[in-house]
Write a protein that binds this ligand. Structure first.
Ligand code: SAM
Length: 241
């Protein structure tokens, strides 16, 4: 998978050198490049922003550097899927992460200040698939943290990036439920015990316990997920809960 990130703070993306993403890059599974938007400025101050049209507080990222950036990074015969970070965008979910993991090339535009001039999005949308994407109903200083979260969620779904692909099977948000709580050794720690069923060696009972805990945890923490759950995904024993 090819990933390009365009930002005015390339240093913010340094965690992408670390851990499993760093290793996937070293192994050539991810061709990930971070670009400084100021490279496409021409004034001595390398300015990327201007006062908002119509007045108001803050500054807006001007279109010219973005346009020249697209001209240089995107050849005429290949189009990335462009993700523009915005608190006004489509909510980022595990379903969208799966959708993006199937793309060969993702390009991320990190907004700053009051955001990016809307014409950048409109111009790009006439040339490639563009998704404005939000990581939650709150406002960050910039898109860099959002991009880190999205890249992490997407790349762990790319085959081979995660050491053990089975880890993806029963995760929270995979089948509409939260995952059951996890435990490790020792069996007793500061008076708190691992639930005995997990030490029983009975895989059937362990699976049933995990299923019940997943349902209970979802009901307590995210009842909205239970309401949206496909009734066909429940079995008779679930209904007895
Ligand atoms: N004025 C904008 C608004 O009210 O919609 C907010 C701009 S915000 C201060 C600056 C940049 O941070 C945005 O352009 C976007 O790139 C990023 N950003 C902030 N919150 C975000 C969120 N929840 N999800 C994704 N990106 C976000």
């Amino acid at each position: 998978m090819k990933i390009d990130v365009v930002t005015v703070f390339p240093e913010y993306l340094q965690p992408l050198d670390l851990s499993l993403i760093g290793r996937a890059r070293e192994r050539g599974m991810l061709d990930l490049n971070v670009h400084d938007l100021r490279r496409w400025t021409h004034d001595v101050h390398h300015s990327v922003d201007g006062a908002p049209a119509g007045g108001g507080a803050g500054m807006v990222m001007k279109p010219q550097p973005w346009g020249e950036c697209f001209d240089e990074l995107i050849p005429a015969d290949a189009k990335p899927r462009l993700l523009v970070t915005s608190p006004a965008g489509r909510p980022f979910t595990q379903a969208l992460a799966h959708e993006l993991a199937a793309e060969p090339w993702l390009m991320f535009a990190c907004g700053r200040y009051e955001g990016i001039d809307q014409r950048v999005v409109d111009y790009a949308a006439d040339r490639m698939e563009v998704t404005e994407v939000s990581i939650g109903d709150y406002v960050l200083f910039g898109g860099e943290v959002a991009v880190l979260a999205i890249i992490e969620a997407v790349t762990r779904l790319v085959p081979g990036v995660l050491g053990n692909a089975a880890s993806l099977d029963d995760e929270s948000h995979t089948a509409g439920l939260l995952e059951a709580p996890a435990y490790t050794r020792p069996a007793e720690w500061r008076g708190y015990e691992v639930p005995p069923v997990l030490l029983s060696g009975d895989h059937g009972k362990v699976d049933r316990w995990r299923r019940e805990q997943a349902l209970l945890r979802t009901a307590r923490a995210r009842p909205d997920l239970l309401e949206r759950l496909d009734p066909g995904s429940l079995d008779k024993r679930d209904r007895l809960l």
